[in-house]
Design a protein around this ligand. Structure first.
Ligand code: HEM
Length: 176
């Protein structure tokens, strides 16, 4: 939601897609999600830029390592500038028409890990993320409180086992 409130064009495009595909007066259903490529791209882009479990727990490379001829570079993969154009910008469009997924098959984007220790809650988490975000965007118009400008939003993150906003987001919903 923070990235959408900071990027009003993205929020407007997500609303438009929801209005066109499921209709202004209908509630979002799980079966609608496969027909919402832009909402799906927003979820992927959020998981790239703000991975909720950023360290993949104990499996982060602290230095460049080579294993069986494959180089595992040090550091955060979601913002690697050799893989992603403009890696620090929130651009869901980068996933439209792209085969990169978040399910452990695309090694440049591993918010749920990969292989035998991949997150077993992935399928539940992805269902919930699309339903929650899609319902919030589709059901309400959103504004920032007290004349706060999008560019003034505090993007500081609290680093830990899971990554969260350092301070909660305050936003004002109006029923559409
Ligand atoms: C957006 C939501 C979530 C993200 C980004 C996420 C991410 C991750 C990551 C990165 C790992 C470590 C994988 C590895 O070690 O390679 C993990 C492990 C795990 N996750 Fe999740 N997770 C999410 C939601 C959930 C949910 C909803 C559940 C349970 C209902 C869950 C249960 C677990 C468990 C049990 C493990 C440990 C698996 C093992 O070590 O064998 N996660 N998750």
């Amino acid at each position: 939601m923070t990235e959408l409130l900071r990027n009003s064009n993205t929020l407007a495009k997500a609303k438009k897609e929801l209005d066109q595909i499921i209709g202004k007066d209908n509630h979002l259903k799980e079966s609608d999600v496969p027909r919402l490529p832009y909402l799906t791209a927003i979820v992927k882009e959020t998981l790239r830029l703000h991975p909720p479990t950023p360290l993949l727990l104990p499996r982060k490379a602290t230095t460049d390592v080579e294993i069986h001829g494959f180089t595992i570079p040090k550091g955060a993969i979601g913002r690697d500038s050799t893989t992603w154009d403009d890696p620090n910008s929130f651009m869901p469009e980068r996933f439209l028409g792209s085969k990169v997924d978040v399910k452990g098959n695309s090694f440049e984007l591993l918010p749920f890990g990969a292989g035998r220790r991949i997150c077993p809650g992935q399928s539940l988490a992805l269902r919930m993320l699309h339903m929650m975000l899609g319902s919030l965007v589709h059901g309400f118009d959103w504004e920032l409180p007290d004349g706060l400008k999008p560019e003034m939003l505090d993007m500081e993150e609290k680093f830990g086992l899971t990554l969260q906003r350092a301070k909660p987001l305050f936003a004002v919903p109006t029923v559409k």
